[in-house]
Ligand binder design. Structure first.
Ligand SMILES: Cc1cc2nc3c(=O)[nH]c(=O)nc-3n(C[C@H](O)[C@H](O)[C@H](O)COP(=O)(O)OP(=O)(O)OC[C@H]3O[C@@H](n4cnc5c(N)ncnc54)[C@H](O)[C@@H]3O)c2cc1C
Length: 392
């Protein structure tokens, strides 16, 4: 059933429960998340209490199995919730997306015992996760990662040494899903582990000084003899890179949904301003030059939303969705970059100041084109689906 919200965004939600979830999300977004966003972003303050609220409200484990404390929602619904959160404050939307990504390896590849032991606290116990793949010298070429895990001692614990880079929630996460090398070079020598955030030997560098998203800490993590039992190995030895990429297929949909939310927020701001601001004796919304710009912005946001939800529905039906997810990440984040840039233009000089949120949106959009595989890497993924792997 179709439903239009106050902003004119069409929502097709499959159940009454999903409609209630969206209403709850909008309420929390408007009352708790949006207020203070500008100030807290400027101050670089991570809003941990908002994540506690989302956890209490059942919004931190939406696409996972209710048996383990998840919300049991299809991705189609989870992504629309995420879009609302990101529209209110991207730091929060991204945080929920990264947390959801961090739970994927355990939820999908863990044993029943592992799931029962850890998932309920991760999905609904107020914990926050980090996903640790990138390294200082292994970004796009993540299969070249060097962090090493070696089995030691009579009990066969794993000891992890190395450094991870650019880790969202680095230094504040309660648990980390870590990809480390346990075998030879390349993708097949990598294994996934679930590491407690307070494990001895695990430390974080000071957060990176970023151009935006200052309320979302991004930091290097150092593993100095971090010991984890084999019971915290996720999946088989050597399966870690497959697990990491599988998680990223779904994670990219989260980034795409965040981009749609950010684009919608920028569009709403531009439309409201264009109606109010007068020049040449008329609202600037009267001028065709701006009307066409707004129309193009709205079309980009809506097209991105449709692509994102198409990929989600393929995933929900159990059909291959990796190609569509890469397209959604590419299209939605490029669209967010364009739409936020255009929103600054609509606001003129005021758009270039911190008195309005659009300059922050523009800085935030740039990050979305880089994380979870740059948009060059998304094009490589899509091209491989079209014409096969590159020949050397
Ligand atoms: C704010 C933020 C948060 C992040 N959070 C996390 C996180 O939580 N966990 C995590 O593991 N990582 C995280 N990352 C890391 C992110 O995934 C990497 O930055 C990204 O994968 C790119 O790696 P890189 O920065 O090393 O760039 P590089 O790989 O060095 O790329 C540099 C440039 O070269 C291009 N390039 C590289 N190879 C190719 C190629 N074959 N063809 C064409 N172009 C190419 C890239 O597209 C890019 O433009 C985060 C990054 C940022 C900025």
């Amino acid at each position: 059933m179709a439903e239009w919200n106050a902003d004119g965004v069409e929502r097709r939600l499959p159940t009454d429960e999903a409609r209630e979830l969206l209403a709850l999300t909008r309420d929390i977004a408007r009352r708790e998340i949006a207020p203070g966003a500008a100030e807290e972003e400027a101050a670089g303050r991570f809003p941990r209490e908002l994540f506690a609220l989302l956890s209490r409200s059942g919004l931190l484990g939406l696409p996972y199995d209710p048996v383990y404390g998840g919300g049991g929602q299809p991705y189609e619904v989870y992504l629309q919730v995420l879009e609302e959160l990101a529209a209110a404050r991207l730091t929060v939307g991204l945080g929920v997306s990264v947390h959801t990504l961090s739970c994927h390896a355990l939820a999908r590849y863990g044993t029943d015992e592992q799931r029962a032991a850890h998932l309920p606290a991760m999905l609904g116990g107020g914990l926050l996760g980090a996903y640790c793949l990138s390294e200082p010298s292994a970004g796009s070429d993540a299969a070249a990662l060097r962090t090493r895990a070696v089995r030691e001692g009579a009990d066969g614990d794993w000891v992890i040494d190395g450094a991870k880079a650019w880790i969202t929630h680095g230094g504040i996460a309660d648990f980390c899903t870590v990809m480390a090398r346990t075998g030879g070079p390349g993708a097949r020598g990598i294994t996934a582990f679930l590491v407690p955030g307070d494990a001895p030997g695990l430390s974080a560098a000071p957060p990176e000084r970023k151009m935006g998203m200052k309320g979302s800490p991004t930091a290097q993590l150092h593993f100095d003899g971090v010991r984890v039992p084999d019971a915290r190995r996720l999946g088989a030895e050597g399966q870690g890179f497959t697990i990491a990429l599988d998680a990223l297929d779904s994670g990219r949909l989260g980034i795409a949904a965040c981009a749609v939310g950010l684009g919608q927020a920028a569009l709403d701001e531009a439309v409201a301003y264009a109606r109010e601001r007068r020049q040449f004796g008329r609202p600037i919304a009267d001028f065709q030059g701006l009307r066409f710009l707004l129309a193009d912005m709205a079309t980009r946001v809506e097209a991105g939303r449709a692509l994102c939800l198409e990929a989600a529905r393929l995933r929900d039906e159990g059909r291959p969705f990796g190609r569509c997810a890469a397209m959604a990440k590419l299209f939605c984040t490029d669209a967010a970059m364009q739409v936020t840039t255009d929103a600054v233009q609509v606001l003129g000089g005021y758009g270039y100041t911190a008195d309005f949120p659009v300059e922050r949106y523009l800085r935030e959009a740039k990050m979305l084109q880089i994380v979870e595989g740059t948009n060059q890497i998304q094009r490589m993924v899509i091209a491989r689906h079209l014409v096969g792997p590159e020949s050397r």
